[in-house]
Every structure is written in C-alpha cells, then in structure tokens.
Design a protein around this ligand. Sequence first.
Ligand code: FES
Length: 184
Amino acid sequence: MGNSTMESKSPAQPERRGFLKGLSAMIIGGIVGIVPFLSGLAVLFDPLRRKSATATGIHVASLNAIPEDGTPRKFTVLASRTDAWNKSPQTPIGAVYLRRTGPKTVQAFNVVCPHAGCFVEFQAAQKSYYCPCHRSAFALNGSIASASPAKRGLDELDVEIKNGAEVWVKFQNFLAGKSEKIPT
Ligand code: FES
C-alpha cells in the first residue's frame, strides 16, 4: 500500500518542478524585458531629450565659407533625430543666413519670415532681405523695414565659434505673426 502511494506521487514532482521553473523564467524574462522598454519610452517621450540636439547647437558651416565682406550666405541646417531605438541619418531641418560681423564673429538668422512663414531672400543689390509673399523687407542686421507687414525683425539665433573655425548655431523656429519671438 505504502509503495503504491510513493509510485503515484513521484511522476508528478518533476512536472511540478518544471512548471515552477518555467514560471520563474517567465517572470524574470518579463522583468528583464520591461526595464529597457520603460527606459526607451522615457527617452522617446521626453521633449527635453528630443530638443537636446538643437539646444546644444548644430555645426552649420566653417567660418571660411562665409564671405569676409559681410555678405550673408544661406546654409542648410542638418540634424539627425535620435530616439530610443534609432538614430536617423542627417536630414535638413531648416536653413539660416550667416554673415560675418567681424573676423571671428558671425550673426545668424532663421530664413523663415516672421510674418507668415515664407522664406526670405537676400537681395545683394539692395543689401537687404526680402520676403516675396507679402513684401516684408529686413535690413542687413535683421531689423524690419517700415511698411512691412511682419511684426518683428528676422529671428536671430545664438552662434558660437568652436575650435577657431566651426560655426555652431542653436537652431530654433518661432511662431509667425507675433511681435515677440516665441519658440515653437
Ligand atoms: S510671409 Fe513674409 S511677408 Fe508675409
């Protein structure tokens, strides 16, 4: 009798052990998997992280690519977007006019017209910027010309010269149609 009880229990024990092993592996696997998943979500949805590339500045041009006589030159601003899973290749995110204000100083303007978002053009003959959409005009230093529909001058951006020859710009866009610069 005693023997028959032992025989009936022994096959069940390895099964139970196997089940418990499987269960603990699932729990541990779940914990291991969810930690990087949650930290990935935190990176993806953190707006500060997404803006960090532009907040720290972008290398836009070399100093010697900007005319020494103070004539503005337009440059495309490239940036790569990094999220929790991918780093995309560099793509255009905007454009700026750069002009020298001294041998080692540069002024930068966003090319977007502050009136309604068209792109301004630099007119060398007039030495001023002009927006063809509603005829706003801006002086070389970005200030607004009278009789322009735009409510503010061109949006100036912070510039830093690094390593003596690299022009870095804190690229930003601002709301159009306002008299103040409101970052978007
Ligand atoms: S968008 Fe430039 S003047 Fe209107």
